[in-house]
Design a protein around this ligand. Structure first.
Ligand code: MG
Length: 244
């Protein structure tokens, strides 16, 4: 309430063109509320207020996309690895607006080209795909390469590192909003930072990210983070999320 009151007060000043008449610096200082103090993580480690989705030890936070069974992917040496054709996995917990950190690595044994080489994907709310693909030295359509919003928005640059090295995605996501009639009234938005480089800058998501066809916009509520099994043994580690 205090925040709202202050905003209103400042808005009134601006509206009335009175800013020039403020002479006391304290008039524009906010002392209450105070932002919560947290401990940030070092080198991509989870901050103290994050929900850790995968710390390298087990897949307890995950389940199969189909059937909600225990996630069957391999866990070893601090990472999880897709077991090809075992199916996609998703978090048991559902989310709306968040900051997501995820690290992935493509196989060092090179198989295939384009969409067949080191393909997976991380889906916002289980619906909207940020492409994960070995785009280091492999050609595909630009809006389907690593860090694209699949078939909607190509990344601003290609920041992919070599197979076997770890790619980092830091994603800031705001879910779309729907009214009571199921009509979308606000786009979902997404910012993707790939290995420290902004590659999607507050992109307005057009809708679903299908392989064939145009985006659609069915109403939905909170959803899981899901990871795609595209038949390649992709690795993931250090996954955490902060609800916003
Ligand atoms: Mg994919």
């Amino acid at each position: 309430m205090k925040k709202i009151a202050l905003t209103l007060t400042l808005s009134c000043f601006f509206a009335a063109g009175l800013m020039a008449q403020i002479t006391d610096p304290k008039a524009t200082e906010v002392w209450d509320p105070v932002p919560r103090k947290i401990t940030p993580g070092k080198n991509g480690a989870a901050p103290s207020d994050a929900i850790v989705l995968f710390d390298g030890s087990n897949l307890n936070a995950w389940e199969t996309q189909r059937g909600g069974n225990p996630a069957p992917w391999k866990v070893e040496n601090g990472y999880m690895e897709v077991v090809p054709r075992s199916g996609g996995i998703q978090t048991k917990q559902k989310f709306e607006d968040y900051q997501l950190h995820i690290e992935w690595s493509a196989p060092t044994v090179i198989v295939g080209e384009g969409q067949e080489r080191g393909n997976s994907g991380v889906f916002m709310q289980g619906i909207y795909e940020v492409q994960i693909l070995d785009s280091y030295e492999s050609k595909t359509y630009s809006n389907g390469q690593a860090a694209s919003i699949y078939k909607q928005s190509m990344p601003l640059v290609n920041a992919t590192v070599a197979p076997g090295d770890w790619n980092v995605y830091d994603i800031i996501y705001k879910a779309p909003r729907f009214n009571a009639d199921g009509i979308k009234v606000a786009d979902g938005t997404i910012t993707v930072i790939h290995n420290g480089v902004v590659v999607q800058n507050h992109y307005h998501i057009k809708g679903t990210t299908p392989y064939i066809g145009l985006p659609t916009n069915e109403a939905h509520g909170p959803g899981p983070i899901s990871l795609q099994d595209h038949g390649n043994p992709m690795k993931f580690r250090n996954i955490w999320i902060r609800e916003l």
